[in-house]
Design a protein around this ligand. Structure first.
Ligand SMILES: [Zn+2]
Length: 206
């Protein structure tokens, strides 16, 4: 509640907590970490590719660097948002379709893994919309897969159900669904100019 109105002076994070988590929760958190690379920092994206094993074995120094980088990116986005407005929507990358998948699975797919699926879907949608090259979309998908996360919507989830959740998402305004789409690794745009046929194609591809 306090954080809604006041920015923190410092952030303390106890990395030992990570050791207490089941692997799936750790992976879920790492999906959000990959998100930061895609939305804002190509170098960090490469760092994640390079240090995957150290990250999974919770190697202290690498984990601290990784978390600090995520906090820096988030702080920068939120600070800029206070001045310009709207920028923080980029933090929603992977969450538009991700939330719909999470809800359609009746929350059987944990949040972070639904976001992993959502990021791959957003990358696909960006390719279809002409914003992103196929090779870069593949790079995003490959990193997510390398972290052992799902990259496609499970076939048993109803596509109509997912669409229904997309249209009732709290961030959907008057039937306009806003997507955060990558235009490169480390760069995204927020747009509602997406053809419904492309959304359908992405939801139905595998
Ligand atoms: Zn999230």
């Amino acid at each position: 509640m306090v954080g809604t109105f006041y920015q923190p002076k410092s952030v303390y994070i106890d990395t030992d907590v990570l050791r207490s988590l089941p692997e799936s929760e750790l992976q879920g958190g790492l999906a959000e970490v990959i998100k930061y690379g895609v939305i804002a920092d190509q170098e960090f994206f490469h760092f994640l590719r390079q240090h995957r094993q150290d990250i999974f074995s919770l190697q202290e120094e690498i984990i601290s660097q990784m978390i600090a980088r995520c906090c820096e990116i988030k702080a920068r986005v939120v600070e800029q948002d206070e001045r310009e407005g709207g920028l923080r929507r980029i933090l929603n990358f992977g969450h538009t379709i991700g939330h719909a998948v999470e809800a359609a699975s009746n929350f059987q797919i944990i949040h972070g893994l639904a976001v992993a699926i959502g990021m791959c879907a957003a990358a696909d949608l960006a390719v279809r919309t002409g914003l992103l090259g196929k090779d870069e979309a593949r790079e995003i998908r490959d990193l997510i897969a390398a972290y052992g996360m799902p990259t496609t919507i499970p076939p048993e989830l109803g596509r109509e159900e997912i669409k229904k959740f997309l249209l009732t998402d709290k961030k959907t305004v008057g039937g306009r669904v806003f997507f955060v789409l990558p235009t490169g690794i480390g760069e995204v745009v927020v747009t509602d100019q997406v053809r419904p046929a492309d959304v359908d194609a992405v939801l139905n591809s595998d």
